[in-house]
Design a protein around this ligand. Structure first.
Ligand code: ZN
Length: 127
């Protein structure tokens, strides 16, 4: 884990660092795919979205936070994100892509994140 330094604090960067250390090759934000997925594992026809828990309404303690001010404004914004996520996922799946989601709260612990990614991407791709 020596290669992963403190500057890699953003969830997406953390995911990328680990995928790289696991030997995966990927491209970022492919504009030719619906929703410009954060990470694209072309070889496995798999895309990964890294979602902020609050913004995408994760069912965790960061995702269920209700802002004290302008609650309705934020609720609308977040609902819009979730609806867009569903549409993107459907569009990608229709094109034969597998869509994986990694949540911000899953990126806090690098070792745990590695196991999560290994599980998500799956033994089927590595065998
Ligand atoms: Zn979460």
């Amino acid at each position: 884990m020596a290669a992963i330094k403190g500057s890699n604090t953003k969830p997406e960067v953390r995911v990328r660092s680990i995928l790289h250390s696991m030997g995966y090759r990927f491209r970022l934000h492919r504009k030719d795919l619906p929703g410009k997925p954060d990470i694209v594992l072309t070889k496995y026809r798999t895309v990964i979205f890294v979602h902020g828990c609050f913004w995408h309404c994760h069912d965790c303690r960061w995702g269920i936070v209700v802002p004290k001010t302008r609650a309705e404004f934020w609720a609308d914004k977040r609902r819009g994100n979730v609806e867009r996520d569903v549409r993107k996922t459907e569009a990608l799946e229709a094109l034969g892509w597998r869509v994986l989601r990694v949540w911000e709260c899953q990126t806090r612990d690098m070792e745990a994140l590695k196991l999560t990614l290994a599980g998500l991407i799956g033994l089927d791709t590595l065998s």
